[in-house]
Design a protein around this ligand. Structure first.
Ligand code: COA
Ligand code: AMP
Length: 626
């Protein structure tokens, strides 16, 4: 089908469009109802359908004759390991692990927290939960114990699955002490902790609570997939909002399956048997959609890479993986490519590599700057395609649709709305803006299948955060504009969320922590430009009168506090002491102004500023001229 027709059809008649797509899914009971609008304005897709996501990813693929095809390639330069699993082998591993989870008391609807590095067992754990209809919540390994505890208290898991360690460059990061600390901090306690012992670090097990993963699997009976309702939750993915309390994005089973199967073919142009590499981590939404569920449900081989773009062992590792595993298409965050470019600007490490298998390189997670875009396209000779989405949507909102005729990428933009998404730009008063006019990027309701329709344990917060600001629209939190041809340009977040090396973090949460320091009278944390990571946080503090400690000592304490409470991935390394912070006359800190000064951008001071003289003071504290 043609892009324009397909998109128009999906917006004019979403029910007919998605009922057609739902036929691609092997339901246990096909839905009679496609779309329901609930009283609070949210929607339910395929309400009376019954299915199982693990069955679709594994057993169904085997029934289609793909049992011997490679389902998973685990490539780990940090542990010097490469393992391939066929669909048959992966299904058997997952069924056995699901049997163990069941033996440990996990049933349909129960929560399971997974805090694991990029090892095949992390993916198996997700699929094993899905097999039983249990709700998994994967927590990224870079988060500290306190963040893990917050998620445990919200998800209330019956079981926690972890590994003895993760491997970061040449360092072993022991996970088990972090899990133990998190369980000391958490009010909720899972009944048991299943620990995968890795040879790089052997974890101490607590008798009665902790179980050795491999030992526990001995003699276990495999479990068959359990049918679940389309709207039953498949997983919770916590993501940063504007406060210190993460939002538990809930993904359903049915909408997710329909959307991902549609997306893998329509957006990424993949066919069963293709090799796909989602370069991310199972701790992020990309890991869920583009490492685990999407590629497997589409009958593709998925690559699970435990390593970094550089120094594992060098900036040529991505090119090696593509050549060795004959990767057909990949997804990557621009920050990884910027890191490779810095280490190997002339692409010496790519020259001897055969990249002929690759058809497209998709970029998302943060803004793709034109210089990295051009460099990558020139170096690889392949189309580099920007696309935009977020944890809440679970799959691309705007993208070039390789599987549709008439698609063409728009350079510099994140491309056009994917069928299913009606993307609009609204002004401050909720008025529709025209081509080229910048405002809030919103999606007209109904959101297509797969998008989150609630937050775990907090539906009112979902309505407040996403639906109340602009009635009839989903508020994405991004700012941008659409040009006359429908190409969408994402300019950045309009809230307190920043993207550091493709990781979504809340500056509000960091402000809360820095503000707790007894020496701090006031503070602001903003995201400033970084050549590799896109953005990094920068703290500005006003000290209380009479503080004796040196600024250097205080800064060290605050950096350590954020690292200890949020995790190393927060990357807050710079704290600047200022005399005052610029505010509006009503007392709101002008964070956008601070950001512009820090990035050396020109700007007009807002008329609402209470004392314009502060701007010169701030500029000099940041070493910038106004
Ligand atoms: N477990 C434990 N710690 C982790 C971690 C994990 N899974 N991930 C990151 N960390 C730690 C790092 O070790 C580092 O700790 P340090 O300050 O003690 O050195 C800290 O968190 C910051 O990590 P990061 O921001 O990744 O910086 P880096 O210098 O280690 O690596 C890049 C820089 C660019 C190579 C790396 O950020 C990268 O590969 N980025 C791409 C990320 C990506 O693919 N995102 C896609 C998400 S969709
Ligand atoms: P996450 O929920 O962690 O996937 O982060 C989503 C956020 O990342 C979006 O709201 C955007 O701010 C940003 N983002 C994702 N993709 C892009 C892109 N292609 N261009 C610009 N920003 C992006």
């Amino acid at each position: 089908m043609n892009y324009g027709q397909s998109h128009a059809h999906s917006i004019e008649n979403p029910e007919a469009f998605w009922a057609e797509q739902a036929r691609q899914v092997a339901w246990y009971r096909a839905p009679d109802t496609t779309l329901e609008t609930l009283a609070d304005g949210t929607h339910r897709w395929f309400g009376d359908g019954l299915l199982n996501s693990s069955y679709l990813a594994l057993d169904y693929q085997i029934e289609q004759g793909r049992g011997d095809q490679t389902a998973l390639i685990y490539d780990s330069p940090v542990s010097y390991n490469k393992v391939r699993y066929s669909f048959n082998e992966l299904r058997d591993e997952v069924a056995r692990l699901a049997g163990l989870l069941r033996q440990l008391g996990v049933e349909k609807g129960d929560g399971v927290v997974i805090y694991m590095p990029m090892v095949p067992q992390a993916l198996m754990a997700m699929l094993a939960c899905a097999r039983l209809g249990a709700v998994h919540s994967v927590v990224f390994g870079g988060f500290a114990a306190n963040e893990l505890a917050l998620r445990i208290d919200d998800a209330k898991p019956r079981l926690l699955l972890t590994a003895s360690c993760g491997l970061e460059f040449d360092r072993v990061i022991e996970y088990k002490p972090l899990v133990d600390k998190a369980l000391e901090l958490a009010r909720h306690q899972p009944q048991q902790v299943l620990v995968l012992q890795r040879p790089q670090a052997v974890a101490q097990l607590q008798v009665g609570r902790d179980l050795d993963w491999q030992d526990a699997l001995v003699g276990v009976q495999p479990a068959d997939p359990v049918p679940v309702a389309s709207s039953d939750p498949l997983y919770i993915m916590y993501t940063s909002g504007t406060t210190g309390r993460p939002k538990g994005i809930v993904r359903d089973n049915g909408g997710n399956a329909v959307a991902l199967i549609f997306c893998m073919t329509t957006v990424y142009g993949l066919q069963p048997g293709d090799v796909w590499w989602g370069i991310s981590d199972v701790g992020w939404v990309v890991g869920h959609s583009m490492i685990v569920y999407g590629p497997l449900m589409a009958g593709c081989t998925t690559v699970l890479y435990e390593g970094k773009p550089i120094r594992t062992p060098d900036a040529g590792s991505y090119w090696r993986v593509i050549e060795e595993h004959r990767v057909n298409a990949l997804f990557c965050a621009p920050t990884a490519m910027r890191a490779i470019r810095k280490a190997d600007p002339d692409g010496e490490l790519i020259k001897s590599r055969d990249l002929s298998s690759i058809r497209h390189l998709f970029m998302a997670g943060e803004k793709l700057d034109s210089s990295t875009h051009e460099w990558l396209e020139q170096l690889t000779g392949k189309p580099v395609l920007d696309h935009w989405w977020q944890t809440e949507t679970g799959w691309p909102v705007t993208a070039p649709c390789i599987g549709l005729e008439g698609h063409r990428p728009g350079p510099g933009s994140s491309n056009r709305a994917v069928p299913g998404y009606d993307v609009q730009i609204l002004g401050e008063l909720g008025e529709l803006l025209g081509p080229g006019e910048q405002g809030s990027v919103v999606i007209a309701l109904p959101l297509p299948p797969g998008c989150s329709q609630t937050l775990w344990n907090d539906h009112p917060r979902y309505l407040d955060a996403y639906l109340h600001s602009f009635p009839g629209y989903f508020h994405t939190g991004d700012g941008g504009y659409v040009d006359g041809e429908g190409f969408v340009y994402i300019m950045g977040r309009t809230d307190d969320v920043i993207n550091v090396a493709g990781h979504r973090l809340s500056t509000g949460e960091m402000e809360d922590l820095v503000g707790q320091h007894p020496a701090v009278a006031e503070c602001a944390v903003i995201g400033v430009h970084d050549d590799i990571k896109g953005q990094v946080p920068l703290g500005m503090i006003v000290l209380k009168d009479g503080i004796e400690e040196s600024a250097v000592q205080l800064q060290g304490e605050m950096v350590a506090l954020v690292r200890e409470r949020i995790g190393a991935l927060a990357c807050l390394q710079r704290i600047v002491v200022v005399k005052r912070l610029p505010k509006t006359r009503s007392g709101k800190i002008l964070r956008a102004v601070l950001r512009k000064i820090a990035d050396g951008e020109t700007f007009t001071p807002p008329s609402t500023i209470d004392d314009p003289a502060i701007l010169a003071e701030i500029s000099s504290a940041l070493g910038r001229s106004l």
